[in-house]
Design a protein. Sequence first.
Length: 101
Amino acid sequence: MDNIKAAFEGFVINPPDMSSVTAAFMQVTSAARETVPALVQAGTQGGTGFSSGLLNGCNMAQNAMNGTVKSIIATAQTIVPRLTSTAQNAMNSFNGGLCGI
């Protein structure tokens, strides 16, 4: 046993220097503290912009649809009386033709 003790008598394991690892971890933590709020802000701005764009697009589509519907209604209001008049004239002509036979 003395021989083993003598063999390892000068052998020393020094604890590793963790200061560089700790410093690197602190840098990563510091960068994350700065980056996360910036990412949140960018995401919020992007979401707001997307929502605004979507709302504007929907409003434009609604306005276009309202204009189209109004145009269809206005056209129908002029066509229906003309069709009615044309049909009445055709029936009167037909009836007149029957009575003249």
